[in-house]
Design a protein around this ligand. Structure first.
Ligand code: GDP
Ligand code: MN
Length: 382
């Protein structure tokens, strides 16, 4: 669950990380009122779940009311790479001497929390990592002990923080680690972490993702879920009670059971394909549920071919076949489907499909065969 910048900053403030005071607004008039309360100069910032807002014109300084009006009117409603701006965050503008970078996340391969710090902040950190990796300090933390103040100071000096702010940066790193740990975040990132001319260290931006599965431990964070800015297909899936995660590829994946779907993603990747989504129709999928699932998958324009992988247990393959036939009757998919039915009533299911003789539907016996076929079809080589 990704948070907007201002929501992330609220969490930061809760843990003693320094941020600028500000207000979230949704209209030009409220922006003017907020700016007067906060005190000029202010900065107006588009609140969308995507980075690079500055470059896109979504971050503007304003010295007076006229400038607030002008920028607020421009930014509200702006489309930043597919994300429409509905909320503006206005905060007191900071004077910046230096821009650093800091983040905490879980390094799955090392099975340890990872703290990263760089004095090359304010820019695309992936580029720093790629071109000048020595400028990005990667420090693993003992998960049981947590990060000590001394450890944080070492990271700051090793990374080349100015000597007089090593303490301030260490405080920020310790606080950021606390945010990540106690809020059950999967990512807590500050870019830039600024040093002001008065040598104060402060978070100017916030990128925080919370683990949705741990939300029950944080009832106070429940309201941060921002359904307006969610991917519309993911939102629809949630409303329909279907597990759906959008990915970047072009092969739609539908299976029943999270384990089967995950292994299907792996097998498709192994066959050289790139999944467009993760969709778990769940146990006991009936015809109606399958139809919904097909609609969800096809709602993503990037999908060039679909792999249907069903292992019948509680779910009966004949029900799934009926659902698929009903879906095709209704929505006439334009992309090819590869179907693998195995398990309870698979023979009946396959017979139903054969009788229906759906255009553009290919039956496969094994997962590997299915994956290879769907990858070829997506590449236009079916
Ligand atoms: P992003 O582009 O989405 O990462 O948005 P940021 O919040 O990181 O802002 C982008 C850039 O705008 C920062 O790197 C700063 O250079 C600049 N910026 C943001 N807030 C302020 C501010 O209060 N004062 C000044 N001088 N610049 C700011
Ligand atoms: Mn930023």
């Amino acid at each position: 669950m990704d948070l907007l910048e201002y929501q992330g900053k609220q969490l930061f403030a809760r843990h003693g990380l320094k941020v600028s005071p500000g207000e979230a607004v949704t209209t030009v008039e409220d922006a003017v009122t907020a700016a007067a309360e906060i005190g000029y100069p202010v900065v107006l910032k588009a609140q969308v779940l995507i980075g690079g807002r500055g470059k896109a014109g979504g971050v503007k300084l304003a010295a007076d009311e006229d400038e607030v009006r002008e920028h607020a009117a421009n930014i509200l409603g702006m489309n930043i790479r597919g994300h429409v701006v509905r909320t503006l965050w206005i905060e007191h503008a900071s004077d910046i001497a230096t821009e650093y970078y800091a983040s905490v996340l879980l390094d799955r391969s090392a099975k340890q929390p990872l703290v990263m710090f760089s004095v090359e902040g304010g820019v695309d950190i992936e580029e720093v990592a790629e071109k000048t990796p020595e400028k990005l300090i990667r420090h693993h933390v003992d998960a049981l002990a947590g990060i000590s103040r001394e450890e944080a100071e070492q990271v700051a000096s090793e990374g080349g923080a100015d000597a007089d702010v090593v303490g301030g940066v260490a405080d920020a790193l310790v606080a950021l680690y606390e945010v990540w740990l106690t809020e059950d975040a999967t990512l807590a990132e500050i870019n830039p972490l600024i040093v002001t001319p008065e040598r104060e260290v402060r978070a100017l931006d916030a990128k925080v993702s919370l683990d949705g599965n741990a939300l029950y431990r944080h009832p106070e964070n429940q309201e941060l879920s921002d359904s307006e800015n969610e991917d519309p297909i993911e939102r629809r899936a949630k409303e329909e009670g279907v597990q759906y995660v959008k990915l970047d590829g072009d092969i739609g994946i539908l299976g029943n059971g999270a384990g089967l779907v995950m292994s299907t993603l792996d097998v498709v990747a192994q066959a050289g394909g790139s999944p467009a989504n993760f969709l778990d129709a769940g146990g006991g999928s009936d015809a109606e549920k399958i139809k919904q699932a097909v609609e969800l998958i096809l709602a993503n324009d990037a999908v060039k071919a679909v792999l249907f992988n069903i292992f019948g247990g509680i779910t009966r393959c004949d029900e799934v076949a009926r659902g698929l036939i009903a879906a095709f009757d209704d929505i006439h998919p334009q992309v090819p489907f590869v179907v693998r039915l195995d398990g309870t009533n698979d023979v009946e299911g396959r017979e139903l499909l054969q009788q229906a003789a759906l255009a553009n539907v290919y039956a496969a016996r094994t997962m590997n065969e299915a994956a290879e076929k769907v990858v070829a079809l997506a590449a236009g080589q079916g």
